[in-house]
Ligand binder design. Structure first.
Ligand code: MLT
Length: 325
């Protein structure tokens, strides 16, 4: 019996040593960050800012790979099947790593098939419209939608995406009804909103703010309790007449489960370095993103938050009986 125990201890020591040596020279080649929506959208923008910010700490390039479809669930599935070697990262957010689990019959478990690295940034949504929509505030927008239900369509990034769920909750809060038009991300959807092919969108502030500033679209409210410091003229939903309509699209970074702990720690260190970098902070804050406190920038905090969000949102989403497109 003693021989077996000694052998087991030796094997564990060997495995620990192998994991340690694997992590010692990690990363020895470029890393791929899988983005679950189309290029040019808010998730892609956060990914590219973080990839650039992490590069110095990692000493390797972080390559962005956009994999679209099914509101990001295809991309997350690809990440769960990747080798747990630290060379495939899964960036996502509230809808891809929480909501999708209540809408799609996923071939993976959002909590156990991925290992958390860190929370990243969060931003509220803006209720935005094409400038030709004849409304000057949220109340008149709701009245216009009610008067023209067959003329109003909202862009989304697919059934279950943040823009889709935000749109459904907007309908519930405002007692309106309108069509949803799915895109491969709110980056492409934004082009049609500016062009007038669609009329409104519940869009992450980071995606809409540049166009609002250029007056290519107009914003009626922000889905948070306080105004965005970088956009102080956009009223909150409480001020604009839809009290309590709060939505925050928070982002996180994950790796495939069983990724060695030293590699996860290395990636967490790189995320913290990026979020502490003044230039990276400025790019994120200018887009209305909020950076979590340092004590939330770790795997345990992301794991606890994601679990709490699943417990909060799955019953609500399932009760809403959201239909896939
Ligand atoms: C995107 O990157 O396109 C967005 O995350 C999708 C959304 O906000 O619905």
């Amino acid at each position: 019996m003693m021989k077996i125990r000694v052998a087991a201890i030796a094997l564990l020591g060997l495995l620990a040593g192998v994991a340690g040596s694997v992590a010692d020279d990690y990363p020895s080649r470029p890393i791929t960050m899988i983005v679950p929506f189309a290029a040019g959208g808010p998730t892609d923008v956060v990914a590219r800012i973080m990839a650039e910010g992490m590069r110095a700490s990692l000493g390797q390039t972080v390559i962005i790979e956009n994999i679209t479809g099914a509101a990001g669930s295809i991309a997350v599935g690809r990440a769960t099947r990747a080798a747990p070697d630290g060379y495939t990262l899964s960036i996502g957010h509230w809808s891809t790593h929480v909501v999708n689990g209540a809408i799609y019959n996923l071939p993976y478990d959002l909590l156990t098939d991925l290992a958390p690295v860190s929370l990243l940034v969060s931003n509220p949504q803006l209720i935005v419209a094409n400038p030709k929509v004849p409304a000057t505030d949220l109340k008149s927008l709701v009245e216009w939608i009610k008067a023209n239900p067959d003329k109003v369509s909202a862009g989304t990034a697919g059934a279950g995406s943040a823009s889709h769920i935000g749109g459904i909750y907007f309908q519930n809060f405002s007692h309106t009804s309108f069509l949803f038009v799915p895109y491969r991300g709110t980056g492409p959807a934004m082009q049609d909103l500016i062009g007038g092919q669609i009329q409104i969108m519940l869009d992450q502030s980071s995606n809409s703010l540049p166009q609002v500033r250029q007056k290519q679209i107009k914003a009626f409210a922000v889905t948070s309790k306080t105004r965005l410091s970088v956009a102080p003229d956009i009223p909150t939903v409480d001020e604009a007449g839809l009290p309590g309509f709060y939505i925050s699209v928070w982002h996180g970074l994950w790796v495939p489960k069983d990724t060695p702990k030293p590699i996860v720690e290395r990636l967490t260190t790189a995320v913290r370095a990026a979020l502490a970098d003044p230039a990276t902070q400025k790019r994120l804050l200018d887009l209305g993103q909020e950076i979590p406190p340092l004590d939330q920038q770790n795997p345990a905090a992301l794991a606890a938050f994601q679990k709490a969000e699943i417990e909060k949102w799955w019953p609500l989403i399932k009760a809403a009986n959201i239909k896939l497109d």
